[in-house]
Write a protein that binds this ligand. Sequence first.
Ligand code: NAD
Ligand code: DAU
Length: 349
Amino acid sequence: MHTILLTGGAGFIGSHLTRLFVRKYANYKIVNLDKLTYAGNLENLRDIENEPNYQFIKGDITDLELLRKLFAEYKFTAVLHCAAESHVDRSITDPLAFINTNVLGTASLLQAAKEAWSGEFENKIFYHISTDEVYGSLGETGFFTEETAYDPRSPYSASKASSDHIVRAFYHTYKMPVKISNCSNNYGPYHFPEKLIPLCIHNIINNKPLPIYGKGENVRDWLYVEDHVKAIDVVFHNGKIGETYNIGGHNEWTNISLVKELCRQMDGKLGREKGSSEKLITYVTDRAGHDLRYAIDATKLKDELGWTPSLQFEEGISKTIDWYLANAEWLKHVTSGDYQKYYNSQYRS
Ligand code: NAD
Ligand code: DAU
């Protein structure tokens, strides 16, 4: 039995995590604290919003007074910390927003939990959801393991690395019962169309250019979002306190081959002439400090806790495209308003 403070539950991964926990654990109460930034959207949670074990609270994780009040009122036994500023490109234009939410926000949550639990750590868990980007960039070979030294290179990854260090500091200093997982690139339904895959799906639907940074040779390791949240469930319940677990898809793609695969599948699904979407590919100025390659070694998670990804990429991407085609209204809502302003300034060159 847990009463869980889940942060960032209205975002991409957070909404899948909320759904999984609300549906699977009727005896848990899930309180979703989310600021509803441009990336947070309550439409992502429509199907579970009236469940008796779910509650939404609008609020900011940097607001320590609010966190203290919530801990006093709900007597949380666990934190699933998903809230973050998450888009690398935005961290290049506005790094302080990332330091604020990802570093100060995480520290505030730890502080509120520490005060509320005041040394009574039996049956308590502070789970911090993090990224493989903290490890830096790989060359053409090798994988990130849990022992790889941190080498973050963007304001986003540096802010996530800082937050990981602060979480570990609370474990070592105060014996706070923490768990951390570092995951590779996720994809799937409810992914905000500023990230590569949903942006290209949206643009293919609308016959707009598909912007590829540099030569498209950067490599990412893609994991279906439902597999990520299943791994979080496994680590939350069976992972060891104080430990870190890497989560990844063993599924590396260069950006250009990934986008070509999207084009191929979407031509078929949209009944377009073979090769027509590929013509939309447009090479644009590279991302500043663009990490070449990420690839996760998830052996520890497999050997110790038995988790492996369940979906093959071709199947996952096909399901993802189908979801976007069936949810045109969702896509329309999230791409109205400020989205257009962001898009124009990001892709003006
Ligand atoms: P997202 O940007 O889709 O969602 C973030 C959510 O956090 C939004 O709902 C937003 O409103 C909320 N939020 C932002 N600032 C807040 C604040 N100050 N207070 C309260 N809520 C706030 O992010 P995502 O892609 O779902 O990522 C979730 C987590 O997983 C992040 O910690 C990210 O670093 C990590 N992660 C993401 C990926 C990925 O591929 N997307 C991979 C590995 C790890
Ligand atoms: O590795 C995990 C990380 O994956 C998470 O921690 C981040 O929150 C998440 O946003 C993601 O970061 P990336 O920068 O890898 O994801 P993005 O979808 O922004 O970009 C994927 C690759 O595609 C990257 O090499 C940059 C490139 N790209 C991206 C965009 C938006 C393009 O070529 N063109 C684009 O328009």
